[in-house]
Design a protein around this ligand. Structure first.
Ligand SMILES: [Zn+2]
Length: 255
């Protein structure tokens, strides 16, 4: 049995460690283009035309290893069954091929005649402008950072842990070490004064600090702890700066 092109490439890759540089696609490119075909071409083509394209794509890039291939219309119809389980009629194949030509995803070098061997240039999904636009749009969407600044970080257990991590597993006010199964979250702008559960309004706290601070001002409470020698001067200044940054961030997104 004749070895498929991609299998042949895989063999070489395994035996030599290098992917051979053919004029055709690398294995990674093949997988990417196949993915584009199912994901994007499916939005442009009728199902019938899409399966026909996948058949030609497979033959060109997986079996033969070239973009120009010769194939009989009957070979296409035999490989594709209609809903009734029979081979597709020549008429259906011709309609499908015509749609692929119109879409410019394939080009034909000969006039289409049933029974005759036709030569097709099978283009890649990424070569279609419409597909490229869809790829770019998806990429833009995926690259966009997710805005979680207004998420509830107080109620959600996993998000509470994120605050603890941000605060280096220590109480913001006295720097005592905290564990994920024993810590509190303090609102900088208290809930009683309309403070939100945003991450920029929350600080990790130990039980003692959380109880003592209550609805007092965070800045003032931090200063009190410094005066009680719970923090060194450097620690106090560093915590004060962090607090200021959080407050600024919170002001920006509040409203
Ligand atoms: Zn504390």
């Amino acid at each position: 049995m004749k070895k498929h092109y991609i299998i042949h490439k895989l063999d070489e890759l395994i035996s030599t460690g290098n992917e051979p540089s053919y004029e055709s696609l690398s294995i990674k490119e093949f997988i990417t283009e196949f993915d584009y075909a199912t994901k994007y071409l499916s939005r442009l083509l009728k199902a019938r035309s899409l399966v026909m394209y996948l058949l030609l794509f497979k033959k060109a890039y997986l079996e033969v290893g070239k973009r120009i291939i010769s194939i009989k219309a009957s070979e296409i119809s035999e490989n594709l069954l209609s809903d009734l389980g029979r081979s597709m009629s020549n008429d259906t194949v011709r309609k499908g091929i015509n749609e692929l030509i119109q879409r410019k995803i394939i080009a034909v070098n000969t006039t289409l005649k049933p029974g005759q061997v036709n030569q097709y240039e099978v283009r890649l999904p990424s070569e279609l402008r419409e597909v490229q636009e869809m790829i770019d749009k998806d990429k833009e969407y995926l690259d966009k950072p997710i805005d979680n600044s207004r998420d509830d970080y107080f109620t959600d257990q996993e998000k509470r842990i994120e605050i603890l991590k941000r605060d280096n597993y220590s109480c913001f006010y006295c720097l005592r070490e905290l564990h994920r199964d024993d810590f509190y979250l303090d609102h900088i702008t208290p809930k009683t004064r309309g403070g939100y559960n945003y991450k920029s309004n929350l600080l990790s706290a130990c039980k003692t600090c959380n109880t003592k601070k209550q609805d007092n001002d965070a800045q003032v409470f931090l200063l009190q702890n410094y005066r009680k020698d719970l923090l060194t001067q450097d620690e106090y200044q560093s915590q004060r700066d962090r607090l200021k940054n959080l407050v600024d961030e919170y002001k920006k997104i509040k409203t």
